[in-house]
Ligand binder design. Structure first.
Ligand SMILES: *[C@@H]1O[C@H](CO)[C@@H](O)[C@H](O)[C@H]1NC(C)=O
Ligand SMILES: *[C@@H]1O[C@H](CO)[C@@H](O)[C@H](O)[C@H]1NC(C)=O
Ligand SMILES: *[C@@H]1O[C@H](CO)[C@@H](O)[C@H](O)[C@H]1NC(C)=O
Ligand SMILES: *[C@@H]1O[C@H](CO)[C@@H](O)[C@H](O)[C@H]1NC(C)=O
Ligand SMILES: *[C@@H]1O[C@H](CO)[C@@H](O)[C@H](O)[C@H]1NC(C)=O
Length: 229
């Protein structure tokens, strides 16, 4: 019971718990559910990977991307209804001395609508059994990458976390995906999102349409963009 262990560690009161996303499969870079003077707004808000540097203990992941992705979204209040993206950050390339992934703009899944059982903190995970790869991406064995999860929370702030992987064609190296690590807890669901505008914002924009036509059309553009995605 990973979550129980983590929760009891955090409740020792060493640091303030600043929610959010725990990646269970493949394992994440490390615990970033904290805020301190280096990360006053919460470590998980640090782009691109939630504050922890790139690791060297990477998880082997299938070449065709058919591995699992399991995460716990509910580590603080405010995650009853969130948007989620799962992105691929390719690199660094062999021989590079880069200490962080530079480009996480390849979306594997998203925007997704994440629904939890409550808007208060909740336990449990959701698992995508076969993640896949972005169209046109064909990694070779030995290529390095990170799987990035972005959780866009209430009011629009985003939380980041990454799992560092190495692609392989050797199935024996890939940690098994099974009912212990890849399951859905009841009450948590994930599906392709259609964006919903906040009710009050929409009526406010409508009444102020003459002064704010620029803003309004920008808003409409985003909505159209959302539905086309
Ligand atoms: C890598 O090591 C860190 C620090 O020990 C740990 O938190 C993380 O879960 C490990 N990642 C993997 C993929 O084992
Ligand atoms: C804040 O926490 C991070 C992660 O544990 C750590 O690397 C950093 O040194 C901490 N900052 C301070 C000022 O303690
Ligand atoms: C990131 O990678 C994508 C796909 O390879 C590429 O189209 C895009 O230009 C890159 N962006 C940056 C900032 O390097
Ligand atoms: C599931 O796979 C993990 C490795 O990813 C392994 O540690 C665990 O024992 C497996 N559980 C079962 C029930 O086979
Ligand atoms: C978990 O639920 C999502 C939809 O919410 C589904 O796509 C996925 O296949 C489910 N995972 C498992 C392990 O059944």
């Amino acid at each position: 019971m990973k979550s129980t262990t983590l929760l009891s560690t955090l409740s020792l009161g060493i640091v303030a718990v600043e929610g959010h996303t725990v990646i269970n499969y493949p394992p994440w870079r490390g615990n970033n559910l904290l805020s301190n003077s280096s990360f006053p707004f919460g470590m998980a808000r640090t782009y691109p990977c939630g504050g922890h540097p790139m690791t060297t203990n990477r998880t082997h992941y299938p070449l065709d991307g058919s591995g699992a992705f399991a995460f716990e979204p509910g580590w603080s209040p405010g995650h009853g209804l969130n948007a989620v993206y799962i992105n691929l950050c390719l690199g660094p390339e062999e021989g590079s001395d880069a200490t962080e992934v530079r480009n996480c703009s390849l979306t594997i899944m998203g925007p997704l609508e994440l629904k939890g059982p409550t808007d208060e903190q909740y336990a449990g995970q959701v698992c995508v059994p076969r993640l896949g790869l972005p169209r046109g991406v064909t990694p070779r064995a030995g290529d390095l990458a990170s799987l990035q999860i972005v959780q866009v929370v209430k009011h629009g702030a985003a939380l980041y976390s990454c799992a560092d992987i190495i692609f392989t064609d050797d199935a024996a190296l890939i940690p098994a995906v099974n009912e212990t690590n890849c399951f859905n807890s009841s009450g948590i669901s994930l599906k392709p999102a259609g964006f919903h505008a906040h009710e009050a914002a929409v009526s406010g924009a409508t009444t102020a349409v003459t002064q704010l036509s620029g803003v309004l059309s920008m808003g409409m553009g985003l909505l159209v963009f959302g539905y086309l995605l």
